[in-house]
Design a protein around this ligand. Structure first.
Ligand code: ASP
Length: 614
């Protein structure tokens, strides 16, 4: 019989999954199908690890038997079908590391279903470079780790779907070829062939669409929505990602937070086996003041302190200048770090500067109680001691002080806090700490652009007490307006964020005006939406969770690429399919597009056209 005739598949069905076999299957005749993992030859017998979706089982083959002639041809990653009998492994030969380790399958027949070229790396070998693994992603997906993560992702999404469906949400797909939506990144554009010179934008989120569904009376919508944002990538970002996107009508902030809190509780119960209980809330300002960031990792303390009072009237120019400009003096005390060397402290200074600070002031007392400081000449001794005492009450440790604008001081100290959290192993990795951050500012000032920008997005409602500021266009007070916006934070990651929306068209128009849109601009970009708001818009609110980040946390991995089947690199490329890639001239001509001189080449295949000179 030829190797490829498919006798097993056509005549005999897989009876069990390899990874599911246990001692109680002993004596049963089974048909298994999967990949050849390891292969070991021992005294005429061949042992292979047969791997399928469920795990690995050891197969024992005797190539001396006629029926098993093919056994000697088996190589790594061949796809095979095996018929045989499950038996208990001889005592002393069990493998505790394998779930199937008490048994093995004595093969009576084996058939090669598919041969395999020698793989560029061993499956499950984590030491292989990620570049190689991304190029052969389908091989990496065979690994226990990635396949487990992808299945976990499926289970999470399924749990979310069930939960939201039971809460009367309707899952609705919204278009991918659409119009720009403002989430603060650049759009990915898709040229239209039928309407040359015009472009679709891939959605940065389905924000306007989900609001239109509320105007359409759908009442509760959700979608596992693919979003696209063209921005410089960081380790935990991807250019396309998925959100659990939802919107509800006739609700206010507490209602939508309550549904999402229940969702978090259900997920954590199912996947972590823990009762989350009520999720605490903290205002944006409190989070910034205590942790220096709006998504604090609450798994450890190390809170920041305000030193503005201690820093007044010191005669120290750095403090005086900052205070005169309404800046702040903030500090962080690390009592465990009094013995850091100058070189180690220099690294901390670099870290603070990387976060934008002009400098970092430090004071330390080592184990012998000797106090040293970078500012002992500039600051009176009793001031140095007072600041150090406030930051390190035990009198020992390292005090770090930043004098700068509020945002910069917070950013620098937050980065130092996280650094020490990791370095000193202060983070309890066995716990997940949730937090709602609320009372965000409605606006933030864009210094470069010289204008106000929406902190969440332009559809977010002001809090009731600040409604008039927007309505009356009191631009001097925009900075004090708070938003009905909320972020769900877990272990220092923002896993969700949303807001109550503006549902009155006059207020939405005032918001666009506040953001510096001319009437024409607003009409051009959001005319359809502004018009829709006039036709009876229910009060509504929504939120979106990042599926990738959520899965990452639940899988306890730090790389977002681990939980995405086919992720992109930090340069937004796909190494396996080689995307993005050049297109043919014909395609460009059809689209009415000509590349600027020096910008890439088109693929060589097509003949040069007569109407466009390359
Ligand atoms: N569209 C928002 C986002 O992607 C979420 C929301 O406001 O519902 O962040």
């Amino acid at each position: 019989m030829s190797k490829t005739q498919g006798r097993f598949v056509s005549e005999r069905k897989r009876s069990h999954l390899a990874g599911s076999l246990r001692a109680n299957h002993a004596g049963q005749n089974v048909v298994l199908m999967g990949w050849v993992g390891g292969r070991r030859d021992h005294g005429g017998l061949v042992f292979i690890d047969l791997r399928d979706r469920d795990g690995i089982v050891q197969i024992v083959l005797d190539p001396s038997q006629a029926a098993m002639a093919q056994a000697k041809d088996l190589r790594g990653e061949y796809v095979v079908a095996v018929q045989g009998t499950v038996r208990l492994r001889p005592s002393g030969m069990t493998n505790k590391k394998l779930a199937t380790g008490e048994v093995e399958v004595e093969a009576t027949e084996v058939e090669i279903l598919s041969e395999a070229a020698t793989p560029p790396f061993q499956i499950n070998d984590d030491s292989v470079s990620e570049i190689l693994r991304l190029k052969y992603r389908y091989l990496d997906i065979r690994s226990e780790r990635l396949s487990k993560y992808l299945r976990m992702r499926h289970d999470i999404v399924r749990t979310v779907r069930d939960f939201l469906s039971n809460e009367m949400f309707t899952e609705i797909e919204t278009p991918i070829l659409y119009k720009s939506t403002p989430e603060g990144a650049r759009d990915y554009l898709v040229p239209s062939r039928v309407n040359q010179g015009q472009f679709y934008a891939l959605p940065q989120s389905p924000q306007t669409l989900k609001q239109l569904l509320m105007i359409g009376g759908m009442d509760r919508y959700f979608q596992i929505a693919r979003c696209f944002r063209d921005e410089d990538l960081r380790a935990d970002r991807q250019p396309e990602f998925s959100q659990i996107d939802m919107e509800m009508s006739f609700v206010d902030q507490d209602d939508i937070m309550a549904v999402n809190e229940r969702l978090a509780q259900v997920i954590w119960k199912k996947f972590r086996g823990v009762d989350l209980g009520p999720i605490p809330r903290m205002s944006f300002m409190e989070a910034m003041n205590r942790y220096g960031c709006d998504k604090p990792d609450l798994r450890f303390g190390l809170e920041l302190q305000d030193l503005t009072n201690e820093s007044k009237g010191t005669g120290f120019k750095v403090f005086d200048d900052v205070l005169a400009k309404n800046g702040v003096i903030k500090g962080l005390g690390v009592e465990q770090a009094g013995d850091l060397s100058r070189a180690q402290i220099d690294k901390l200074v670099d870290l603070a500067k990387k976060a934008g600070a002009k400098g970092l002031i430090w004071i330390k007392t080592d184990a012998e109680g000797k106090l040293t400081s970078a500012v002992s000449k500039a600051l009176p001794e009793e001031k140095v001691k007072a600041i150090h005492k406030k930051l390190c009450p035990s009198g020992r440790g390292l005090s770090l002080v930043v004098a700068d604008t509020f945002d910069t001081a917070c950013a620098a100290l937050s980065s130092l806090r996280l650094h020490f959290g990791r370095e000193l192993k202060l983070i309890d990795e066995t716990q997940d700490k949730f937090l709602w951050v609320v009372d965000f500012p409605l606006f933030e000032y864009d210094v470069e652009g010289g204008r106000w920008a929406a902190r969440h997005h332009p559809f977010t409602s002001p809090q009731n007490q600040h409604m008039d500021i927007l309505k009356n266009g009191e631009d001097k007070r925009y900075g004090e307006s708070l938003a009905k916006a909320y972020d769900l934070v877990c272990n220092g990651h923002e896993i969700g964020g949303g807001s109550v929306r503006i549902h009155r068209s006059d207020l939405q128009a005032a918001m666009f005006k506040a953001l510096g849109f001319t009437l024409e601009d607003a009409k051009d970009k959001f005319g359809f939406f502004m018009e829709a708001l006039q036709y009876g818009t229910p009060p509504h609110a929504g939120i979106a969770w990042g599926v990738d980040r959520l899965t990452m946390i639940l899988c306890r991995t730090d790389a977002i690429r681990d939980v995405i089947a086919f992720p992109k690199t930090a340069k937004a490329t796909d190494l396996m399919a080689d995307a993005p890639s050049q297109v043919s001239r014909d395609q460009l001509i059809e689209l009415g597009i000509r590349l600027a001189p020096g910008v890439g080449e088109t693929a060589a295949a097509s003949p040069a056209p007569t109407d466009i000179k390359a």
